[in-house]
Design a protein around this ligand. Structure first.
Ligand SMILES: Nc1ncnc2c1ncn2[C@@H]1O[C@H](COP(=O)(O)OP(=O)(O)OP(=O)(O)O)[C@@H](O)[C@H]1O
Length: 517
């Protein structure tokens, strides 16, 4: 029983982490958020150490590093609630002591994973087993809280009770394939960045209260930027919350073809019936309806019928309604009734985060250098970004070689003919940061702690961590023989401040641009 409750906790918190490197007995684990890092540090270290020891037969020191990746559903409030609940139900200290004192259970100890050979897949498997350790389960005794709180991170149910969306169709839930929804396009696989934050938030709002908040909901943006992904994610979430709601996703081209076929076969009424009896209609790439007058006419009536019946309509396009040539005015004005939101090309950080997430989903350890190489070259299309990474992964797999920068350069030579990237070194970063802040290069490694030196030093440490493969102890050494915890502190501090200080964020973006150019 207990394990069933522990799983959501594991799925949400532990699985959101990723191994970054193993150097000797230090394992660096990336966390998506600072509060996840703090929570793991304060509660999980003994449990994870025990699992790693059982798997690799070696004692590891764990360093958590906040990577500040946005993850839908990961909210600090739910963590705190879990903790509160746990505190009232069990004493974590007691359980941790117990875990340290007792040997690991056989199913974990039996895994014969060699030292230093823990890759991402092994890591997740090992940590997944934490749910199987009875002591660990006890130490996470937030069982009921975990089961209840995580689904409540979206307050859909509450809203549903207040404003029920009544399905107008048959009670039998539609199979996912009838909805045409891609199982991979869900909120949890969508990386949030500045370029899509609003579109993502609005999509969540629509999915939590269909036909209540923004109707129609119109998303526009360039090719391969995640419009379809978000539409599908809305469809999935609505269906998760109420499987009886009939959701249909269709491209405007397919809509046109089906309409034409129904006319050719002399049965346009069946087409009308099908599209006017839907609860949530998602129409992708509506710009293809321009110039198709008859289809526009048909879509206009479908739109009106659904909207009048308080059904949700979600539309995507590569441009805003007013820029879709030869779109009938009455359709255009209807599209403008609800919310229009755009997705912009992702910034470097988001591109890096997308690639890291993708690598993590594939259980692959892709060096930071390779991620930065790809992310800094493909700026305007996440589909192409993913394609480049897939190409590197396939190349490594076919040649049975580990992924490194040489292999990536070779695999992508047709796409990036300029070849190998300029090597980003800690020297280069120090030089550019010192030049920008008009301080002496030596000051970065000096003992001085005045703010005019300490702050640029923290930024330089942060950039070394972000843009190079250099280990934390090595970065500490480069910056005047400082301890690796100083580097971690600098990295965390700058990551946090970037989120709240737009000026600092711009400075860092500018520095990254100069380092890479
Ligand atoms: N923010 C994101 N996080 C993770 N993956 C993303 C993100 N944005 C896009 N992708 C991925 O990029 C690929 C292309 O996205 P999608 O098909 O949604 O783009 P689109 O804007 O609909 O493009 P098009 O205009 O060509 O239809 C998909 O594999 C999608 O999962």
């Amino acid at each position: 029983m207990k394990k069933a409750f522990i799983k959501p906790l594991f799925e949400t918190w532990i699985k959101s982490t990723m191994p970054l490197s193993i150097k000797g007995n230090i394992i660096e684990i990336g966390t998506p958020k600072q509060f996840v890092k703090e929570w793991l540090e304060s509660r999980y270290v003994p449990v994870i150490k025990a699992a790693l020891k059982a798997a690799a037969n070696k004692d590891f020191d764990i360093i958590f590093i906040n990577m500040d990746i946005d993850m839908e559903g990961v909210e600090e409030t739910s963590l705190l609630a879990i903790e509160k609940q746990a505190a009232t139900e069990a004493s974590p200290a007691t359980n941790v002591e117990k875990l340290d004192a007792e040997p690991a259970p056989p199913e974990i100890a039996d895994k014969n994973i060699p030292n230093d050979a823990i890759n991402n897949a092994d890591y997740l498997k090992i940590l997944d087993d934490i749910g199987d350790i009875p002591e660990a389960a006890a130490s996470l005794s937030a069982d009921t809280a975990a089961a209840e709180i995580i689904p409540q991170t979206n307050n859909f149910r509450e809203k549903q009770e207040k404003h029920p969306v009544q399905p107008i169709t048959t009670p039998a839930p539609a199979a996912p394939e009838e909805c045409n929804l891609n199982p991979k396009y869900v909120f949890s696989t969508f990386v949030i960045g500045n370029s899509n934050r609003l579109a993502h938030a609005a999509s969540l709002a629509v999915s939590e209260a269909p036909a209540q908040v923004y109707n129609p909901f119109f998303i526009y943006g360039g090719v391969g930027l995640g419009k379809t992904h978000l539409m599908h994610a809305i469809g999935h979430r609505i269906r998760e919350n109420n499987p009886n709601i009939k959701v249909v996703y269709i491209s405007s081209e397919k809509f046109t073809n089906e309409l034409i076929n129904s006319i050719i076969s002399g049965n346009p009424e069946s087409f009308r019936q099908r599209y006017r009896s839907i609860d949530v209609l998602l129409v992708d790439d509506i710009q293809f309806l321009s110039k198709k007058e008859h289809t526009q006419e048909e879509f206009f009536h479908t739109f009106n019928t659904l909207h009048d019946a308080n059904k949700q309509i979600i539309i995507s396009s590569d441009r805003p309604p007013r820029e879709i040539q030869t779109l009938e005015d009455r359709l255009r004005s209807r599209f403008e009734w609800g919310l229009i939101t755009d997705i912009q090309p992702p910034d470097l950080e988001t591109r890096i985060a997308v690639l890291r997430k993708k690598a993590m989903m594939e259980n692959l350890n892709v060096p930071n250098e390779v991620i930065v190489y790809i992310a800094s070259r493909i700026e305007n299309n996440i589909r192409e970004l993913e394609g480049a990474l897939i190409r590197v992964i396939a190349y490594a797999s076919l040649n049975n070689q580990p992924i490194d920068i040489d292999l990536a350069t070779e695999a992508l030579k047709d796409i990036f003919p300029n070849g190998r990237p300029k090597q980003i070194t800690t020297d280069l970063i120090q030089e550019i940061v010192a030049g920008h802040f008009k301080i002496k290069l030596e000051d970065l490694s000096a003992k001085k702690r005045t703010r005019n030196v300490a702050f640029p030093r923290q930024i330089a440490m942060y950039l070394c961590r972000e843009l190079t493969e250099t280990s934390l102890p090595k970065i500490g050494e480069i910056f005047g023989g400082r301890d690796h915890t100083t580097v971690i502190h600098a990295h965390d501090k700058i990551s946090k401040e970037r989120n709240s200080d737009a000026k600092l964020n711009n400075t860092i973006k500018e520095l990254i641009k100069r380092i890479e150019s």
